[in-house]
Design a protein around this ligand. Structure first.
Ligand code: GLY
Ligand code: MN
Ligand code: MN
Length: 436
């Protein structure tokens, strides 16, 4: 299947799942100002990207579905030699129809005049406000005129429905092509983490390590990180989304790196924790081993027809048991699990869906029932333990340690496929790589 055929198939499937006589609107992302006349790098809206593969701002995808007929219509920017001289080529509506395998394309300047004509005569409108305020206002105005003021010359859809549940369910199940991209993203991220392990020395800044990661991503064609890299030495590893990355790395500390590249829009998500000087202390090793064993056991649950909630249960049991054995928790295991006693040290959930967004779409339960894992789904498995430096409840040797181990894992017919597995996580493997 070509790329265009895959995008067509996604649009077709979405239309088939919409109610009879429906239109869906999916806006592109906007350019966002960073400061003065400088913008943040453009990142396409994930839903729009999923359905079109089109990477320009100022665009809107319109899907119509009636009977067995469905159509894909795009509004996009006109060609403009002067703008293109400054910021690069634009596809333009004339070329968009053929190049993106659409049924029709219009200039975005025609939105106000054309879209009401397209919407007229359909019963339902699928649309999620919030991505594009300008569009939200237009739609509310058109629907409002039709519903309450009776002033519209068009017969507008009489129901407004969220598209996200349908689209999220589609995006949750990855195709072979998507899985291959995600596997490559995982490999590149693993290379970056290996580079960080090999380069790391006491006295370096966290930002230097971040630079090593970004270097490796870009060298392999993944220019952007999927999220801001977390490079936290010592007790900064206990700050879950630490992104200042500006402190020196100290001999004897652990370093937690949570960093993954984005490739062709797809995220990888990978965390490793290792000693700055290449050797784990006994206390570091003991706590690390608890997290590692929880992670390995939870990855074994990543098989078809296991409920997603099982992953959390496995992790909770393993981490609680480990904290008890190390004297950080005291009491009786079953009661500690029952009362969630490990929570102050484990803080976050064990995983999340992964795809075009790092915390990807898709519900974790279905119709009130636990969601079963199925081949084609991708989740992270990322247990962690974080002991604050002033935690009197913990024996002193564990205070100030933050450890997370995270892999991106695809569910397959043949069991878990670890997409980020090419970087060591066993203690002796890490020490060997760092000593080399
Ligand atoms: N990198 C963010 C997370 O692991 O959820
Ligand atoms: Mn994650
Ligand atoms: Mn992560």
């Amino acid at each position: 299947m070509t790329n265009n055929e895959e995008f067509q198939k996604r649009r077709q499937t979405l239309c088939e799942r919409m109610l009879q006589s429906s239109v869906a609107l999916v806006p592109a992302a906007r350019l966002v100002k960073r400061n003065a006349d400088a913008d943040y790098p453009f990142r396409q809206n994930s839903n729009f990207l999923y359905l079109t593969g089109f990477e320009e701002p100022e665009a809107l995808l319109v899907l119509t579905s009636k009977g067995t007929e469905s159509q894909s219509i795009l509004f996009c920017r006109n060609r403009d030699p002067l703008s293109e001289q400054w910021t690069g080529p634009r596809l333009g509506p004339e070329r968009a129809t053929r190049e993106l395998a659409l049924d029709a394309a219009y200039s975005i300047t025609e939105l106000e005049s054309e879209l009401p004509n397209i919407l007229a005569g359909y019963a339902h409108l699928y649309f999620d406000p919030g991505d594009d305020q300008g569009l939200d206002q237009k739609i509310l105005r058109w629907l409002g005129q039709s519903w309450t003021e009776n002033r519209s010359s068009h017969e507008m859809p009489s129901s407004l429905i969220s598209l996200n549940p349908l689209l999220s369910e589609l995006r949750l199940h990855k195709s072979t092509r998507e899985l291959e991209i995600m596997a490559r993203a995982g490999q590149i991220s693993a290379l970056a983490h290996k580079r960080a392990m090999v380069q790391c020395r006491a006295g370096m800044s966290e930002s230097r390590i971040e630079a090593e990661l970004l270097h490796e991503f870009a060298v392999h064609g993944a220019r952007w990180a999927a999220y801001t890299s977390i490079v936290g030495g010592g007790e900064r590893a206990c700050i879950l989304h630490y992104v200042d990355n500006n402190q020196p790395l100290r001999d004897g500390d652990l370093l937690l790196i949570d960093a993954g590249c984005e490739l062709a829009g797809y995220a990888s998500d990978l965390t490793r924790t290792f000693p700055v000087n290449g050797r784990f202390s006994d206390a570091q090793k003991a706590l690390y081993q608890v997290v590692l064993e929880a992670q390995l056991a939870t990855i074994e649950d990543c098989v078809a027809d296991v409920p997603y909630s099982q992953l959390q249960q496995t992790t909770d049991r393993k981490l609680t048991q480990g904290l008890l054995e190390l004297g950080i928790l005291t009491g009786e295991l079953e009661e500690l699990i029952e009362t969630d006693a490990a929570k102050p040290f484990t803080l976050h959930k064990v995983g999340h869906w992964l795809g075009l967004d790092v915390h990807d779409v898709g519900s974790y339960s279905l119709n009130g029932q636990p969601r079963m894992l199925k081949p084609g789904m991708v989740t992270t498995v990322e247990p962690g333990i974080y002991i604050a430096s002033d935690c009197n409840q913990s024996p002193p040797e564990f205070r100030g340690l933050g450890i997370r181990i995270e892999d991106s894992v695809a569910i397959t017919e043949n069991g878990p496929r670890i997409l980020t597995g090419d970087v060591p996580k066993e203690v002796d493997e890490i020490e060997r790589l760092m000593g080399s």
